[in-house]
Ligand binder design. Structure first.
Ligand SMILES: [Cu+2]
Length: 155
């Protein structure tokens, strides 16, 4: 398992440009309030949440998410259909100029598939958001409790 994880870490570091993140162009795109829920082992996917803020004058398109703790990170949307809640792929994600996109329980969320190890409450992991034009942004995602509703609610 350890060798498994380190191969992910290696892949992950190669994906990040050496020059860092969007701090090179301050104030256009920001990623805030990342958090995740502790997972129940590794058999089921985990969920992570964050807010992408676009303070620029052009729309910002999100093209992907990556983290070394999961083989695949997929944006999903929770939708109500005939009174039943179900999830579907979120499709194209574009944050209009001056607006924010909030990932939160019951709505848009990130599904972390094929976890390399369980997400333990109190720990954290890196997650990168890739954009069509802007440089990727990597944030540290704190792992809250299994039933947490958000960073504030957990404190
Ligand atoms: Cu989902």
């Amino acid at each position: 398992m350890r060798a498994f994880l380190s191969s992910f870490l290696l892949t992950f570091s190669v994906l990040l440009p050496a020059t860092g993140n969007a701090q090179d162009e301050p104030g256009t795109v920001r990623v805030e309030q990342p958090w995740a829920r502790a997972s129940i082992g590794t058999a089921r996917p985990a969920a992570a949440y964050l807010t992408v803020i676009n303070e620029g004058e052009d729309p910002v398109r999100i093209v992907g998410f990556e983290t070394p703790v999961a083989e695949q990170t997929e944006p999903h949307r929770t939708v109500a259909e005939n009174g039943m809640m179900r999830m579907q792929a979120a499709g194209a994600l574009e944050v209009p100029a001056g607006e924010r996109m909030v990932f939160e329980p019951g709505g848009l969320h990130l599904m972390l598939m094929d976890l390399a190890e369980p997400l333990e409450e109190g720990e954290s992991f890196p997650l990168s958001v890739r954009f069509a034009v802007d440089a990727p942004i990597t944030v540290t995602v704190p792992i809250l409790g299994v039933g947490a509703q958000g960073p504030e609610a957990d404190e």
